[in-house]
Design a protein around this ligand. Structure first.
Ligand SMILES: NC(=O)c1ccc[n+]([C@@H]2O[C@H](COP(=O)([O-])OP(=O)(O)OC[C@H]3O[C@@H](n4cnc5c(N)ncnc54)[C@H](OP(=O)(O)O)[C@@H]3O)[C@@H](O)[C@H]2O)c1
Length: 173
């Protein structure tokens, strides 16, 4: 029988000891370090070869009072370049966790909340979309990594509750 979810923790029937062990056992990894820890977290996670990696990170500066300048790259382009073996998907980054699941998840009808996913690997996005749906949100495809700027800080969809009516031209996943 699976162990209960520890407060704020993960679901597992055996304790995970290190990020690398967790990655090894996973089909899908949620990659959620603070931006200044991306390289260290990627290194700690070991090999992402064949793993679907959902990146939630946002480029706050270390002082948390502004954002880093990534030039003309989207966050997805910047982070995925540091995770070259991953099947990269970007999502879960636009709304604070304490709002996303308690307030937005599980709705139906026109109030159903959209969660945007982007990335160049369509099959990986489709699997991530299943997890989004399981979480009670509606997955919508924002496009490739290059297309994903509107989910980044300063973008049209960042920090906003979105419904299907707001994104009629974007494909559902
Ligand atoms: N919180 C939100 O509502 C929210 C919403 C959207 C997007 N985001 C973005 O998601 C990312 C995470 O946010 P957060 O609020 O969850 O931050 P957080 O509470 O500081 O969590 C960061 C996590 O990264 C881990 N970590 C740090 N260095 C590591 C390393 N070298 N190797 C492995 N793991 C490492 C930390 O592990 P330890 O605890 O063991 O140090 C911690 O679990 C940020 O980029 C943030 O901008 C957050």
């Amino acid at each position: 029988m699976a162990a209960p979810i520890p407060p704020g923790g993960y679901v597992s029937d055996s304790p995970l000891t290190t990020p690398a062990e967790a990655t090894l056992r996973a089909d899908v990894v949620v990659f959620a370090p603070r931006f200044e820890h991306i390289d260290a977290a990627a290194q700690a996670a070991g090999s992402f070869e064949g793993k679907i990696v959902i990146d939630t990170s946002n480029p706050y500066n270390p002082e948390r009072n502004g954002f880093l300048d990534l030039g003309d790259q989207t966050v997805a382009q910047f982070v995925s370049a540091r995770l070259p073996s991953a099947r990269y998907v970007r999502g879960f980054n636009t709304i604070p966790t304490e709002t996303l699941l308690p307030e937005l998840a599980g709705r139906s009808g026109p109030d159903r909340a959209v969660l945007l996913l982007s990335g160049d690997d369509s099959a990986a996005k489709a699997i991530a979309a299943g997890l989004v749906r399981d979480a009670g949100l509606e997955p919508v495809d924002l496009g490739t990594r290059a297309d994903s700027g509107s989910q980044d800080p300063g973008g049209d969809y960042y920090g906003k509750e979105i419904h299907l009516a707001d994104v009629p031209s974007l494909p559902r996943l």
